[in-house]
Design a protein around this ligand. Structure first.
Ligand SMILES: Cc1ncc(COP(=O)(O)O)c(C=O)c1O
Length: 386
């Protein structure tokens, strides 16, 4: 029904991905497959809702209407079998904002915060910028996929107050299983570690996998869990900065709200709310079709690399639209690899090293884009690495 093949010109739209190429890659014409937003057009039901509101010529202070909350509550029940109460939902413009606020709210300077590299890099800065003690519980790379290192986690949890969980995981594309989340939760509960479960990619699940919100694992876990969700990745509206933080525990919610109030970050923007409500109430079909399309992109890349460039391997993909490519067999250093990708292949990817320990020798490529771009990217890689 929806056309994901359509190429939308994004240059000159103040797009970070397309219009910051010169600053980031020192080259204006690399094919940009880095920042995690998609090149597909925002679905019509969202564009229409935003347009309709835009036609009303007063953009004054706005409130979050019941219909906004209801749309999210119903979506989360339908898609994740999680029954949320409206009072558990609090606002944040972005998830990174919420992660920083949570660190301030639940820990003191010098206290330990666990991250699980290779992982979304703003987690590191959130810990460091707030002068907390960064504890790295590196994931284990085995059989072309990743798993948690529970022994190391057990040791680190003793020194920690908080863990930042990426679920599903960016960049390694894991959709953590119920058993894995149970074990992680058990260790956190035993050590009084609060869990910030960043589930921004929860709706971007590849066929055959199922996202499990951490807070649905048990009542005990729900009490120590802060879940971060948003329409930004799901419906490609990241520029509208509207996110939903779910905190069931009233005390934790009060602490979080206090930090947000202290910097007056409690009001959303009207277009973000309109877009979120439209997406959550009308987006199921679009979302299912999107993930079928993205899955074909993953399959294309995997097949292409196996046939044409066996020295590059795609890590097993379960979620997100971000593929994690292993370049280790090329034997090139990260510096040389990055230089070749930009200057010879003319491709703008995210170097694995920015995701911390274990990211060396990997590159992240954004497949939330029409297949024509994916094919072009593979041909570019072939010229340099085949
Ligand atoms: C795991 C994860 N968390 C958070 C974000 C960004 O969140 P926001 O733009 O809402 O701050 C991203 C974007 O790529 C992400 O992958």
């Amino acid at each position: 029904m929806y056309n994901f093949d359509k190429i939308i010109e994004r240059q000159g739209t103040a797009s970070v991905k397309w219009d910051l190429r010169k600053e980031i890659f020192k080259k204006e014409d690399v094919l940009p497959m880095w920042v995690a937003d998609m090149d597909f057009e925002t679905p019509d039901f969202i564009v229409d809702a935003v347009k309709e509101r835009a036609f009303h010529p007063v953009y004054g202070y706005s409130l979050m209407e019941k219909s906004y909350y209801d749309a999210f509550i119903s979506f989360t029940k339908r898609r994740h079998q999680w029954e949320i109460k409206q009072e558990w939902m609090v606002f944040s413009p972005g998830i990174v904002t919420a992660v920083n606020a949570a660190i301030k709210a639940f820990t003191k300077e010098g206290e330990g915060v666990i991250v699980q590299p290779p992982v979304y890099f703003p987690f590191f800065s959130a810990v460091k910028n707030n002068n907390r003690n960064l504890l790295e519980n590196e994931l284990i790379y085995i059989d072309n996929t990743y798993k948690f290192d529970f022994d190391d986690l057990r040791a680190k949890a003793k020194e920690a107050k908080l863990i930042l969980l990426s679920s599903p995981h960016n960049p390694v594309s894991r959709c953590w299983t119920e058993d894995e989340l149970k074990e992680l939760g058990k260790i956190c509960l035993e050590n009084d570690v609060i869990i910030i479960s960043d589930e921004i990619h929860a709706d971007l699940i590849l066929p055959g996998y199922k996202h499990r919100p951490l807070a649905t694992i048990s009542d005990e876990l729900a009490e120590v869990c802060v879940t971060c969700m948003a329409p930004s990745k799901t419906f490609n509206v990241a520029g509208l900065f509207t996110s939903i933080i779910i905190i069931q525990n009233e005390k934790l919610r009060e602490k979080y709200n206090k930090v947000m109030e202290s910097i007056s970050l409690v009001h959303g923007n009207i277009f973000g709310m309109i877009a979120a409500e439209a997406g959550y109430s009308k987006g199921d079909v679009w979302l299912d079709e999107l993930m079928e399309y993205v899955n074909k992109n993953f399959e294309y890349v995997d097949d292409f690399l196996k046939k044409e460039i066996p020295s590059i391997k795609m890590v097993k993909a379960e979620a997100t639209y971000l593929a994690w490519l292993n370049f280790k067999q090329t034997g090139l250093s990260d510096e040389v690899l990055h230089d070749k990708l930009i200057n010879e292949a003319n491709l703008g990817l995210s170097p694995g090293s920015i995701f911390g320990k274990g990211g060396e020798g990997f590159m992240r490529i954004n497949l939330g884009t029409p297949i024509a771009y994916v094919k072009e990217a593979m041909e570019k890689l072939k010229i340099v690495f085949a």
